[in-house]
Ligand binder design. Structure first.
Ligand code: ARG
Length: 587
């Protein structure tokens, strides 16, 4: 709740108790933003029903009992019994002054800080990160940043796909091309090309049939899986090298994206290798897993497939191999037991919903995920091309993320070249990077994370609408006002000046920042922060039209408005920072 909502709630609840008896002291006053005033109290209808009386009479009695003198003007009764509330302008001004003095900009500290594990990005070694990974990376990073701003302890976990049967083939291919060859270098620039080449060798060998002595590529790849899994030193060494090269690629992407993931957050699938057997043993011993068709399976309650048959979560295949689910069960136990998670957020594609629901249920049945620890799959929708299908290149192959980001920066470059031909080239290049990357990230973030959206660079980089460049431009504009003010010797007042309607509206919007960020962190919904920042930037535009700053001749008015503009700048920048979007100094 924002400061006005908190204050109004308190006053109305005292009034309910005074007018209708202490048993109504907790009744929800239902304070909502109003079209006709600043807020309205919608409680009269509910109370009337409970008390068996007419809503308008109840509204009149609330009005008689409520003491809003220092907060609001006398409310008006409207319609069936709404109370329209216009806050006192001096009260809003006092709140805005407090906000300005608060280095946390009204972001509440938690009653108890929580440990939140955020599992995000999680690309696969020796494979291109696709736009799906782009989205889990960007949304996950924003969630991590937001939770930190809310005072929680965030543990980032990058559950990269660094283990499994393809590694036999990848190791053999790496040996064949040479560990330091140009082809090996592809792993750091175009990993799909490397993967595809390995795959091609494998498929060709398969088609040709196995050599009697097992010297063909496919046989070697299969044998390599076995030696790797048995911990063979040489195989492990090459595997480490493969992962290292891939890490280089991931970090190049993370750097460009300005994502906070670092090496210390890597906890790939292989991290849990030594736990997999124990996981299976424990689940079997507890009677949670049992052998079915040769495989060790958990049948989590409530999951059925065709014919109402219980759906298995396979944790050990009939050939003895472990899979994705086993690793996730080991990971969840580690996160609760060793990392001390109070909450775990899995920022992963929506297609994996069933997997996570089954893993969570199995982990609960095993008591590895206790009731008080929340686990949530933050489902990530798909990124679509203009044809409405999953985004691919024209040739139909999967898209190189790096190429996509480079294109975004290049497009942003044309935008800024047109907007600010006067700026030096290196400055324009830096701004293009902020706009291009910010635009792509913001498009990911401003759509509800579980819905699909169409990748459209022109729209992402537009200077109007709910886009990063629109918000970045708003910040740059305020900064430019600040620079001009400084040059003219105009200083901002200690507190923002709140007089006219546009100033009131902007101040009320600023007061919503803390509660909005809190809601975003609780529900893992960065798109609500985007919607908020967009509305804030619009409120700023209306304010700036109604309330000129440097053109204003009254010195007090001028510096009070400058203070309001600069408070807006701080909130915009802080909000963008929670999204992981940079605000350039000028645009
Ligand atoms: N590597 C997986 C993929 O690319 C995502 C892993 C998500 N995290 C997890 N704990 N399963 O689809």
């Amino acid at each position: 709740m924002s400061a006005p909502e908190i204050a109004l709630t308190e006053r109305f609840q005292s009034a309910f108790a005074a007018a209708f008896g202490p048993e109504h002291a907790e009744a929800d006053p239902i304070i909502r933003p109003s079209q006709f005033a600043d807020f309205q109290c919608n409680a009269a209808m509910g109370l009337a029903k409970r008390l068996g009386r007419k809503p308008r009479d109840i509204a009149a009695e609330i009005l008689a009992a409520v003491d809003l003198e220092d907060i609001a003007e006398t409310p008006e009764i409207a319609g069936p019994g709404f109370l329209n509330i216009r806050l006192r302008t001096d009260w809003i001004a006092a709140q805005a002054a407090q906000l300005g003095a608060d280095e946390h900009l009204g972001v509440p500290s938690p009653d108890a800080a929580e440990t939140v594990v955020v599992d995000y990005s999680a690309p696969n070694v020796a494979k291109e990160m696709h736009v799906g990974h782009l989205r889990t990376t960007v949304v996950g990073d924003s969630i991590a940043r937001t939770l930190e701003k809310l005072g929680h302890r965030v543990i980032r976990q990058n559950h990269i796909g660094d283990w499994g049967t393809p590694f036999g083939m990848l190791i053999e291919h790496l040996l064949e091309v040479g560990e330091d060859s140009a082809e090996a270098g592809l792993l750091t620039t175009d990993p799909n090309a490397f993967y595809q080449a390995a795959r091609a060798s494998f498929d060709a060998a398969e088609a040709a049939g196995a050599a009697a002595d097992g010297s063909d590529f496919a046989s070697r790849a299969r044998a390599r899986v076995a030696t790797l899994q048995s911990g063979d030193e040489e195989s492990m060494r090459i595997w480490v090298h493969l992962v290292e090269l891939s890490k280089e690629y991931f970090h190049r992407i993370y750097d460009i994206l300005d994502v906070t993931l670092a090496d210390e957050h890597l906890a790939g699938e292989s991290t849990y290798n030594d736990q997999l057997e124990i996981v299976c043993k424990d689940l079997e011993a507890d009677g949670i897993a049992r052998i079915s068709d040769g495989a060790l399976c958990v049948f989590p309650a409530g999951f059925t497939g065709r014919d109402e048959q219980p759906l298995p979560l396979i944790i050990r295949k009939s050939d003895g191999g472990y899979g994705y689910a086993t690793t996730d069960l080991a990971a969840i136990r580690h996160r609760v037991r060793d990392l001390g998670a109070d909450r775990i957020a899995y920022v992963v594609g929506a297609a994996q919903e069933l997997h996570f629901q089954m893993v969570f249920t199995a982990a609960r049945e095993a008591s590895w995920l206790p009731g008080e620890v929340e686990a949530q799959h933050v489902k990530i929708g798909s990124v679509l091309g203009e044809d409405g299908k999953i985004l691919r290149t024209r040739s139909g192959s999967s898209l190189r993320l790096m190429a996509l980001l480079e294109e975004a920066v290049a497009t942003a470059q044309t935008v800024i070249d047109e907007l600010r031909p006067d700026l030096p080239a290196d400055e324009r290049a830096a701004i293009a990077r902020d706009i291009g990357i910010g635009g792509v990230k913001y498009a990911d973030l401003s759509t509800a994370h579980d819905s699909d959206y169409t990748f459209d660079l022109d729209r992402m980089l537009a200077l109007t609408g709910n886009t990063a460049p629109y918000l970045q431009y708003a910040v740059a504009r305020i900064r430019s006002i600040g620079r001009k003010a400084a040059a003219q010797g105009v200083t901002a007042a200690a507190a923002p000046r709140i007089e006219n309607d546009a100033e009131r509206a902007l101040a009320l919007q600023l007061l919503e920042f803390g509660p909005t960020l809190g809601a975003v962190g609780a529900a893992y919904e960065p798109h609500r922060l985007c919607a908020y920042l967009f509305a804030l930037a619009q409120a700023f535009t209306s304010f700036y039209e109604a309330s000129p700053i440097l053109k204003e001749s009254d010195q007090q008015v001028r510096s009070g408005r400058l203070a309001l503009a600069q408070l807006t700048e701080r909130v915009l920048v802080e909000g963008l920072d929670a999204l992981g979007v940079r605000a350039p100094q000028q645009m």
